[in-house]
Design a protein around this ligand. Sequence first.
Ligand code: NAD
Ligand code: UFG
Length: 354
Amino acid sequence: MNKRLLVTGGAGYIGTHTLVELIENGFSPVVLDNFSNSCPESIRRVEEITGSKIEVFEGDICSSSDLAAVFDHAKATGEIFDAVIHFAGLKAVGESVAQPLRYYETNVGGTLALLKAMDTYGVRNIVFSSSATVYGVPIRLPYDEGHPISPTNPYGWTKAISERVLEDWANTGEGRSAVCLRYFNPIGAHPSGRIGEDPRDTPNNLFPFITQVAVGKRPFLSVFGNDYDTVDGTGVRDYVHVVDLACGHVKAVEFGFTSEGFSAFNLGTGKGTSVLELKHAFEQATQAAVRHEFKARRPGDIAAAFASVQLAEQSLGWRAKKSIDDMCIDGWRWQSSNPDGYTAFAESADQRNT
Ligand code: NAD
Ligand code: UFG
């Protein structure tokens, strides 16, 4: 029988791409999402890509009754979940500085509520969305998993604290497994162009901003700082194709079934790319123009961040395969064929249903 997985936050950017890879690898995912930063149309698109119907529960990971409804239903209709992949959470660094309690409540409180529900129903495997931001200012690069944990913002602390909770939970000697995946900078979209990143407001991140300038939604890209000690003075990051990242989750779930205790892995390519290099690669790959203006450094930014990828390769058997060109071409296919994201399609679907 196919392994059943609960995927919290499965309607979001990384969640939808992971659902596709899970289904294509024979898993049966069930989604719990409150659609606070997504919409049901994204799941419908995953169903279209995979040809599989996905069971979706609308609910909040912080609500013990919403969680109980999902776990009860799973128990009543067959097997309880073999594992959980926990994406649900809030992710905007700037917003976390302005609203720290909301971030701790959702990201840490949500993780606690989920683990309690897992304990109640005897689910012992979890894969958690962590972030390279847990490392903070680099004392060495590339960041290896043993680099000190020292986030510089509340969002980063919610991830670091959740990791700590997961470590203590997994180390009780009761056969539990927690695998934390520290993502670097996921960009791009599924090659079908049917699912992709769909920021609700002005994008905070570089790649969606580039694609929105290219599609004519924004006049120019502000490049935050051109005086860093990097190849061209602009910030360097480790961009990883979201489909590669999604494949990393399949490997992490499989790893969790054969391991006990806590582990953490970087998911990146190991290669750094500057803001101007990414903009140039995007223009070359897509023939779309992106005007830019240099602005002051963004507060809290670091010059460079990229991953050591050996541990994920050795332990998970995972390595990113896709190039920056793939990321640009696939990301552009999504943005240019869905200039308003899922919204326009979701509204017309709603109208059809009324
Ligand atoms: P996303 O916002 O697209 O997806 C998150 C999903 O969780 C959304 O569908 C949202 O509706 C849902 N959600 C939020 N709060 C919820 C709640 N209380 N209950 C139920 N559902 C809730 O984000 P993403 O980019 O797909 O990120 C997924 C995870 O990966 C997040 O935990 C994020 O912090 C982490 N992460 C993302 C990045 C990145 O650059 N995208 C980098 C590092 C880590
Ligand atoms: N940048 C610009 N202009 C923009 C946006 C970004 O020049 O409009 C620059 C930034 O200064 C930085 C680089 O592009 O040098 C990348 O910035 P992003 O905001 O895309 O990514 P960050 O590395 O700053 O942060 C992201 C997520 C975090 C996550 C981190 C590591 O926002 O949540 O990656 O995974 F923790």
